[in-house]
Design a protein around this ligand. Structure first.
Ligand SMILES: *Cc1c(COP(=O)(O)O)cnc(C)c1O
Ligand code: SF4
Length: 345
């Protein structure tokens, strides 16, 4: 009697679905994201006085419910809440804080395309995010001037310039694009021979892990270039079971994380060390820890350089070297992000 190898059932050879959620779950969650301060406070059993909440700061509240579900009810100091809740302090004007402190406007080489560093071009793929982070360095960015038409005209500049080895998809959040449009963008880049790496900067797998659909995984697996995904977690409490599942599904790509050092959110060595531990357990390497940029409306999140360096040195004493992110700050006009060493005062 002969035996033949069993044929795997179809679902086993299709890309693993990361979670129990259906393909359009993320769109539905986006549509019902919380945008009303009163509703957010009700969900968390908090009063406006407890949290210095404000309306009408010119940068709306926006937070998906799966992210809110990770906040602690009744805790006005919850580190996730502080990242999304508009407060009265945002309206204070503070000397030295402006709308374009990184002088990004001078890095624009074409509508939607920024070039600051050798070999890398950054494409503003979308003008919106699933979450509005209060400390956002692009909260005043003129997205309307950079909107891309159907065939992403900014790619023409990438095609013409063989020195561009890496295309960074940013925004806004590039994964806000629907699957068909995102696929058109990725395939457009995949077809440019001199581009070796496609990098995606995104916070969607953090705040809405349902975005990691089977179709997205299949698309990313189909491109010939290396795919690097730079996530944006700031606190260990942001990593829940759905995030872990989404990250596991993305496991064949290079997964890095960048955080922003934020007063009142994560300005503590133990907190950041725990974040690194949890990231690594989920398959992600810490990449950058950014000092906040001097963006109007965000001064209350700032730490001094001296405080940041001291904190980073304490992290170094708690973590293996490969789990301690590089402490950096962006200074306009430099040829790379400025590396702040942990030594010194
Ligand atoms: C931050 C940034 C990059 C990426 O810098 P890396 O050090 O490679 O992570 C690239 N382009 C622009 C415009 C940037 O702001
Ligand atoms: S996800 Fe990034 S770009 Fe979007 S609001 Fe947050 S910090 Fe800004």
């Amino acid at each position: 009697m002969t035996t033949t190898a069993p044929v795997p059932p179809l679902e086993m050879i299709e890309p693993a679905s990361p979670g129990p959620w259906p393909a359009d779950a993320w769109r539905r969650e986006l549509a019902r994201a919380v945008t009303d301060v009163g509703e957010l406070l009700d969900l968390l059993a908090l009063s406006a006085e407890q949290v210095d909440a404000a309306r009408g700061t010119g940068f709306a509240l926006r937070a998906p419910r799966p992210y809110i579900a990770r906040m602690r009810r009744g805790d006005p100091r919850d580190p996730l809440l502080r990242q999304v809740l508009p407060t009265a302090r945002e309206s204070q004007s503070v000397p030295g804080y402006g709308v374009d402190p990184l002088r990004e406007s001078s890095a624009v080489i074409d509508a939607g395309l920024l070039r600051k560093y050798a070999g890398r071009a950054l494409l503003i793929a979308a003008g919106a995010c699933a979450v509005n982070c209060r400390y956002c360095f692009r909260r005043h960015f003129p997205y309307a001037e950079h909107r891309q038409g159907a065939d992403f005209p900014a790619l023409e500049a990438v095609r013409r310039d063989a020195a561009i080895k890496e295309v960074i998809l940013s925004g806004g959040d590039p994964l806000m694009l629907r699957d068909a449009r995102f696929a058109a963008l990725v395939r457009g880049i995949a077809g440019i021979d001199h581009v070796r790496r496609i990098r995606i900067h995104t916070r969607l797998p953090v705040v809405l892990p349902q975005r990691v659909t089977a179709a997205l995984l299949e698309l990313l697996a189909s491109v010939p270039q290396r795919v690097v995904i730079v996530l944006h977690f700031n606190h260990g409490n942001e990593i829940d079971g759905d995030c872990v599942r989404a990250l596991a599904a993305l496991g064949r790509f290079t997964l890095l994380n960048q955080s922003v050092l934020l007063r009142g959110v994560n300005d503590d060595a133990d907190t950041l060390a725990e974040l690194s531990e949890r990231l690594f357990a989920a398959g992600v390497l810490p990449y950058y820890l950014h000092l906040p940029d001097a963006v109007a409306g965000t001064a209350h999140f700032d730490l001094s350089e001296t405080q940041a360096k001291a904190l980073h040195r304490r992290m170094g004493a708690l973590l293996p070297g490969y789990l301690n992110p590089r402490l950096v700050r962006e200074m306009p006009g430099l040829e790379a992000k400025e590396l702040l060493s942990a030594s010194g005062p």
